[in-house]
Design a protein around this ligand. Structure first.
Ligand code: LLP
Length: 422
């Protein structure tokens, strides 16, 4: 059928039922929109669990969930139950993971500018720290001096690889704020220091080359470059970060977590790396599990120019189109598999012309005001990057499974918008 929605962009348990209506986890999406309002994030719990299991099967114990992709206590609990560690990038993410009951030894703290407070918290709890700078090594030494306990650390290395992805999410190149350079010798100096100084218990080396990477060749390149440095160190673990891409729109395809693991393991073996290979995927776990439901509020046709379809959310619940020019598909859950011959521009309700949700959105001809419109693959870096711009309350998050829905993050209220004002 012409421009029907590609099935593989929907969560695992998505099913098209009566009159083309879409359900996820056995729950009808239009019923969810009625009950919880819009905008609404819906996550397929079975899909999340299946991706976590795939990651643990493929990499073994040690694989972590990159929680910046999507985090709340229910999500932290879910990934922990499924055997993943939790990668946190700030004291805030650490706080949420702890509030969810994730044990400190299952948490890894990242960040290119960890404060003394954040490091102290990690040190106190016994959370592993991925060291990103010499300043941070010095801060950890202060903590050691004061409390006399070493910190389990990994050293983040910048291999000098340009992954094929958007410039804003590339992190492995020489010109990066992250990590310690391999070429400059900083990485070697930091590792040597961590090996010798009693403040550190060095577990391994870490490298993250970027995000939304489709070409596994980029990871192979990083391994080739890292091998000469990592193999002789004979450390316990080599963490190759996150970064596995996911398809967002028709025509895109990405390797599975299992295929990613195969390529990484083969490349590491060939390069003589004996350390345990771990990763910390975020997007590959959460993105396709989630979708967003909006309600269409106005339709404005500018003859011979374009048709603007305004929905009740926008850049505050999904800033990715504005930040990275990211594309999404759109469909109507009342007619999931309908042909989508019409092209419109779906925009949000914010006071900016750049507030675009989908620039060239394919929709059925009978799209009308009041319709529930869905953008799939919004489970990663949507809710987690949401803001209150224009004082729009952030949407709730609902997990669905086995015919049941549960609210895991409630909708912000207007009073929530005042709670920090003094
Ligand atoms: N590990 C580290 C050290 C990271 O910096 C990241 C993501 C991950 C793991 C997880 O990466 P993933 O598997 O999700 O690609 N906001 C951007 C993505 C930023 C990624 C930041 N770091 C986006 O919406 O595309």
């Amino acid at each position: 059928m012409k421009h029907a929605l590609p099935r593989e962009l929907l969560p695992d348990t998505a099913a098209v039922g009566r009159e083309g209506r879409l359900s996820v986890g056995g729950v009808d999406l239009l019923d969810l929109a009625d009950e919880y309002g819009t905008p609404l994030f819906v996550y397929d719990e079975a899909h999340l669990r299946a991706r976590c299991r795939e990651a643990v099967d493929a990499f073994g114990d040690g694989v972590a969930y990159g929680s910046k992709a999507f985090l709340c206590t229910a999500m932290a609990r879910l990934v922990h139950e499924e055997g993943m560690r939790v990668d946190v990038a700030t004291g805030g993410e650490l706080h949420v993971a702890r509030a969810a009951g994730v044990p400190p030894e299952r948490i890894v703290l990242h960040g290119n500018n960890k404060s003394l407070d954040e490091l102290q918290r990690a040190h106190e709890l016994g959370v592993r720290v991925v060291v990103d700078s010499f300043d941070e090594l010095a801060r950890l030494e202060r903590l050691h001096q004061e409390y006399g306990r070493p910190t389990r650390v990994m050293v983040r290395v910048t291999p000098g690889v340009e992954a094929h992805t958007h410039e804003y999410v590339m992190t492995g190149q020489v010109d990066s704020k992250f990590g310690l350079g391999l070429a400059s010798g900083d990485a070697a100096r930091a590792v040597e220091h961590a090996q010798l100084h009693p403040a550190f218990d060095l577990v391994g080396v870490h490298a993250h080359i970027g995000s939304q990477i489709f070409q596994l060749r980029s990871f192979e390149k990083a391994i080739d470059i890292l091998a000469g440095f990592v193999a002789p160190l004979d450390l316990e673990e080599l963490c190759l970060g996150g970064g596995l891409g996911v398809p967002y729109v028709e025509g895109e395809s990405a390797p599975s977590i299992t295929e990613w693991a195969d390529v990484l393991h083969t490349a590491c073996k060939a390069a003589g790396i004996t350390a345990q290979v771990t990763v910390e995927p975020g997007r590959a776990i959460a993105a396709a599990a989630g979708l967003t439901l909006y309600r269409v509020g106005t339709i404005k046709d500018i003859p011979d120019v374009r048709t603007y379809v305004s929905v009740d959310g926008g850049m505050s619940d999904n800033p990715r189109p504005v930040l990275y020019g990211s594309g999404y598909e759109t469909f109507l859950p009342r007619a999931t598999l309908a042909e989508r011959p019409r092209t419109v521009t779906v925009v949000g309700k914010h006071c900016e012309s750049g507030d675009v949700v989908v620039r060239d959105a394919r929709v059925p001809v009978d799209l009308a005001v009041g319709d529930i419109l869905c953008t799939p693959v919004t489970g990663a870096y949507g809710h987690s990057m949401a803001s209150n711009y224009n004082k729009v309350p952030r949407p709730p998050v609902v997990f669905v499974a086995n015919g049941q829905a549960r609210v895991v993050v409630r909708r912000e209220t207007l009073d929530d918008l005042l709670r920090l004002d003094t």
